[in-house]
Design a binder for this molecule. Structure first.
Ligand SMILES: *[C@@H]1O[C@H](CO)[C@@H](O)[C@H](O)[C@H]1NC(C)=O
Ligand SMILES: *[C@@H]1O[C@H](CO)[C@@H](O)[C@H](O)[C@H]1NC(C)=O
Ligand SMILES: *[C@@H]1O[C@H](CO)[C@@H](O)[C@H](O)[C@H]1NC(C)=O
Ligand SMILES: *[C@@H]1O[C@H](CO)[C@@H](O)[C@H](O)[C@H]1NC(C)=O
Ligand SMILES: *[C@@H]1O[C@H](CO)[C@@H](O)[C@H](O)[C@H]1NC(C)=O
Ligand SMILES: *[C@@H]1O[C@H](CO)[C@@H](O)[C@H](O)[C@H]1NC(C)=O
Ligand SMILES: *[C@@H]1O[C@H](CO)[C@@H](O)[C@H](O)[C@H]1NC(C)=O
Length: 886
């Protein structure tokens, strides 16, 4: 080996040429429709709805009925054109000149310098690479991307390859057959979102020119062997030269603790495959004392270490390619083993466990479900501040896992990097949701490419915990959601062909260390044993479940069925008026039967389920002059209490059913409409998100009313150490007075990472007038902060002693700047009686530390956090209050 020379080239080489074709002074993009009546300057990466808005051709797409009024946009044929200069050397100096699109949404023809297409694209999740060496010329060049209407592209395919359903329900104002095209499935509408069948170049486009090969992806496979981490690095190369000898040197540099680094070089002497790719492996063995372990949020730190992989060509001494990534050292496993072994009997123990261990510890996964952060995919990429706010809100609510749901997109690199940094594990669905899917060769081929590219792109992230083939498609097939039973065998074969025969081997080959679940929900191994389509995918003894029930009394824990892992469950509520006012300013829209309210509610049952849930616990007269405002507020109380109840049951059930996960549906919103979200489109927290911060707290006293009406109390402990010699304080209150009638104290304890029923607590409510009282629970334990909790013995509407409170809000002049660079204001609340669900609201941007309070003291302090300074007097004046009273 010419070692000396090779080492030298590592340092002297320059990167392969990369010419960005994003909009800039030197790259001018324009868009035009088919008859050239509409045109403008385009912002690439971007999309047509954003460009039409920026050119004032359409208005705010999320205002009023604009989802429907702008639908013509999706029927048009749009052409995007770029003009840019290229120098002679780029073309002459490189044997490979590639045009690379990281993402085109969705079906389009591509041409360079003349109208004969050099190729076409049809999958927005795929990177497309075109050889343009013979097409480029010195000086001015023109690149054209001519889009088809995604609506007609879907229809054309459906005519040939129909797969159920025929269409979405008509109340969605959506479009049909989105399952035919590889596009964000929610862009044709969903029950929580509008249809915006976008087109555009939503991710970067550039020219790549080189002579040897470039590094396209790097995967890292991390295992722990005794006191050592083994880091296996696979570098995926690409060149357009098939069966060509590529020689050079590959180096990997890994930064460790204490600013030390380890380095490895290996010579590359590879013949590229017929598709121009090849893979080179490298391995590091790292003593466990050289790196700190990565943990999910709440369990430890998230140290990340930079890994730089660098290739220098031997033949072309001036040419190199590199990738830099942040890796985290941790292990994640999904454990499915005989549940009887853990639970000690076969009642709860029948079937298999379903839990994640991280670094060998079984951890209860707390979190939610992530839908795209914007209905326009280009804004999901651009608006990193929105992603930040959502992920930090998840972190602040003690979440350790989010499920990136199958109807959205494989999120941006930014998103997964943030999750790595915040310790938010990701359950990553592949992007197939609530439909049957076709399996013609064209579809299967593009899916193969999609899965391969995205697994290679995302694999290295420590945050990714598990892959799942689709959202609810096994359940839909077995449950005949789309009238597929007459053709059950056909659809079952297609199901197996897509998720089992096509996707599974690719994932397992590229990422053998992570579990691939065929569907979510599924029975996991049991579904596999039943040939991938289980007779009951919702079996509580196996795998994960999705559970929705809008008819039962959802503040009653006994309502909810058991599960090993709840990956979806939820209830709708309305967003705040502040948020709605970003969609409409017409005061007549603010009523439940307004055109606006009806238009935004995609449930075929309208608002009746919310009403039913509200009415089972609260009293709201139809003729109340503030009916709509109260409806919003009560819907948020109802949602918060229902999810709190359900989530706490799942956490308690860690003790007796080995339930090990609770991911409620859904974290975020794409517009201002009734939905299952805990955070509104504007980023404001609904009451549910404030409650999540408490019901996901690492240590929680969690009471329940059992079937006979007695109170049982659990202590839940998500820490690695036991809770010993703690005390649980139980206080009985009259709703009419902020002074407890009775206070009792009991010793309490709980092992590490578990929940425990507290044995000696007297939970009887006998002898109390249940209509007059409620019970408050708090924990006293050295060094542990834990939220208070409550039992309401009867539905609120039957409480007889609630009084109208006098509430005084005072904001202190003293403002503090805290660690997360937030300003912290002290808000003092003074009351003269118990206040139920006190809700503080302000239009000042920021949030309270807690909200939706049961105020049981004459005075209490709540912090308000915000980024920009506001005068304490203005904040004080801006705060409005709402509370429950009948
Ligand atoms: C390309 O180069 C020519 C000649 O220098 C210049 O006039 C023109 O503005 C350039 N075009 C773009 C799109 O940069
Ligand atoms: C061009 O297309 C637009 C949008 O489809 C349509 O409204 C307009 O009437 C067309 N104009 C002509 C001249 O055909
Ligand atoms: C192309 O090659 C020539 C001769 O080797 C060199 O001078 C020039 O800098 C190269 N151009 C580019 C753009 O790399
Ligand atoms: C690199 O050097 C080779 C000669 O070794 C030359 O042909 C090629 O144009 C150069 N490429 C770049 C990117 O500078
Ligand atoms: C409503 O009015 C406010 C204040 O004039 C304005 O900023 C906002 O854009 C309007 N909203 C809509 C949906 O028109
Ligand atoms: C089985 O074990 C669970 C959990 O320990 C317990 O709650 C349940 O009562 C047991 N059932 C029987 C029949 O022993
Ligand atoms: C609760 O307060 C009301 C009104 O002050 C009173 O009439 C009632 O007896 C009290 N109930 C209990 C259980 O203390």
């Amino acid at each position: 080996m010419k070692t000396y020379l090779l080492l030298c080239s590592v340092w002297s080489a320059v990167n392969a040429i990369n010419i960005k074709l994003s909009s800039s002074e030197s790259v001018v993009w324009t868009f035009v429709n088919s008859n050239r009546s509409i045109s403008g300057k385009a912002d690439v990466p971007g999309g047509i709805y954003s460009d039409l808005q920026a050119n004032y051709i359409i208005g705010n797409i999320l205002a009023e009925d604009n989802d429907v009024l702008t639908r013509w946009v999706a029927h048009e044929l749009w052409t995007y054109t770029a003009q840019f200069n290229v120098s002679k050397e780029v073309i002459l100096n490189s044997s490979v000149v590639h045009l690379v699109f990281e993402g085109v949404d969705t079906a389009a023809f591509i041409s360079v310098n003349d109208d004969t297409p050099i190729g076409s694209v049809n999958n927005m999740f795929v990177r497309y690479v075109f050889d343009i060496k013979d097409k480029l010329k010195e000086g001015l060049n023109e690149l054209k991307v001519s889009f088809l209407s995604p609506i007609s592209a879907a229809k054309v395919r459906s005519d040939k390859h129909f797969a159920a359903p025929e269409c979405v329900p008509s109340v969605y104002n959506g479009e049909c057959h989105v399952n035919q095209i590889r596009k964000m499935q929610a862009s044709f509408s969903w029950d929580w979102g509008p249809a915006f069948p976008s087109v555009g170049i939503w991710r970067p486009v550039y020219i790549e020119a080189y002579n040897s090969a470039i590094i396209r992806s790097v995967t890292t496979h991390i295992t722990k062997k005794k006191e050592e981490w083994v880091l296996n690095i696979k570098t995926y190369f690409e060149t357009s030269m098939k069966k060509t000898q590529i020689t050079g040197i590959l180096s990997a540099t890994l930064e460790l603790e204490g600013k030390t680094t380890v380095k490895k070089w290996i010579p590359v002497y590879e013949t590229s495959q017929t598709d121009g790719t090849f893979v080179v492996e490298l391995e590091f063995k790292i003593s466990e004392i050289q790196v700190r372990t990565w943990w999910p949020n709440g369990y430890g730190e998230q140290p990340l270490y930079e890994l730089v992989v660098h290739f220098a060509s031997d033949t072309y001494l001036n040419e190199s390619s590199h990738k830099s990534l942040m890796v985290g050292f941790r292990t994640v496993e999904l454990i499915e083993k005989d549940a009887a072994e853990i639970l000690g009997n076969t009642t709860a123990g029948k079937g298999l466990t379903f839990y994640f261990t991280v670094n060998g510890h079984p951890l209860f996964m707390k979190g939610s479900n992530w839908i795209p952060s914007n209905i326009l995919p280009e804004l999901g990429e651009r608006q990193t501040d929105v992603v930040d706010n959502l992920l930090k809100s998840a972190r602040d609510a003690h979440m350790s896992m989010l499920r990136v749901w199958g109807g959205g997109v494989y999120e941006s690199d930014y998103f997964y990097e943030k999750c790595d940094q915040l310790g938010i594990l990701i359950w990553q669905d592949f992007l197939f949701a609530c439909a049957m899917y076709p399996t013609d060769p064209e579809f299967i081929n593009t899916v193969q490419e999609e899965i391969e590219q995205n697994v290679l792109r995302l694999q290295y992230h420590p945050s990714i915990a598990v892959w799942a083939g689709n959202n609810e498609n096994e359940a839909a097939l077995v449950g005949n959601w789309y009238d597929t039973t007459p053709e059950f065998e056909k659809y079952k074969n297609q199901y197996i062909k897509l998720y089992v025969e096509t996707i599974k081997p690719i994932v397992q080959d590229l990422d053998p260390g992570r579990r691939y679940l065929v569907s979510s929900p599924s029975n996991g191994r049991e579904s596999e044993r039943e040939n991938y389509v289980a007779h009951n995918p919702y079996d509580p003894h196996y795998g994960d479940t999705h559970y929705y029930n809008y008819l039962a009394d959802n503040w009653n824990m006994m309502t909810y069925p058991k599960t090993r892992f709840a990956s979806e469950y939820g209830f709708q509520s309305l967003p705040s008026l502040v948020t709605m006012k970003t969609a409409t300013n017409n005061s007549e829209d603010f009523s439940l039967d307004s055109h606006y309210s009806v238009h935004r509610q995609h449930s075929p049952n309208g608002y009746s389920f919310i009403e039913l849930q509200m009415n089972s616990r609260m009293k709201l007269q139809k003729d109340d002059p503030k009916y709509f405002e109260k409806f919003i507020f009560y819907s948020q109380i109802s949602q918060a209490m229902a999810i709190k109840t359900e989530t706490e049951l799942y956490r308690q059930d860690q003790a007796n059913w080995y339930t090990m996960g609770a991911l409620y549906w859904q974290l975020n919103d794409v517009w201002q409409a009734p939905s299952w979200s805990s955070i509104e489109y504007t980023g404001r927290w609904k009451m549910l998100h404030y409650y999540a911060k408490d019901f996901f707290a690492p240590v929680l006293v969690s009471p329940r009313l059992d079937a006979s009406g007695e109170m049982e109390v659990y202590l839940i402990n998500d820490r690695f150490v036991p809770i010993l010699e703690a005390k649980i304080t139980i206080q009985f209150y009259n709703w009419s007075s902020p002074a407890p009638i009775l206070t009792k104290q009991y010793p309490a304890s709980c092992g590490p990472l578990t929940a425990a029923l507290q044995p000696n607590i007297d939970g009887t409510l006998m002898g109390y007038k249940k209509e007059e009282i409620f019970v408050k629970f708090s924990l006293l334990a050295t060094g542990i902060r834990s939220p208070v909790n409550y039992v309401f013995p009867v539905p609120l509407k039957r409480v007889t002693t609630l009084r109208k409170p006098n509430i005084e809000i005072l904001v202190s002049n003293f403002v503090m700047r805290r660690h997360h660079q937030n300003l912290e204001y002290t808000v003092q609340i003074r009351v003269d009686t118990v206040v139920a669900f006190l809700w503080l609201e302000t239009e000042v941007e920021g949030r309270f530390e807690e909200n939706g309070l049961i105020v049981t003291e004459p005075q209490m302090i709540v912090k308000f956090l915000c980024k920009d300074h506001v005068s304490p007097r203005i904040l004080e004046k801006s705060i409005t209050t709402q509370y429950y009273l009948h």
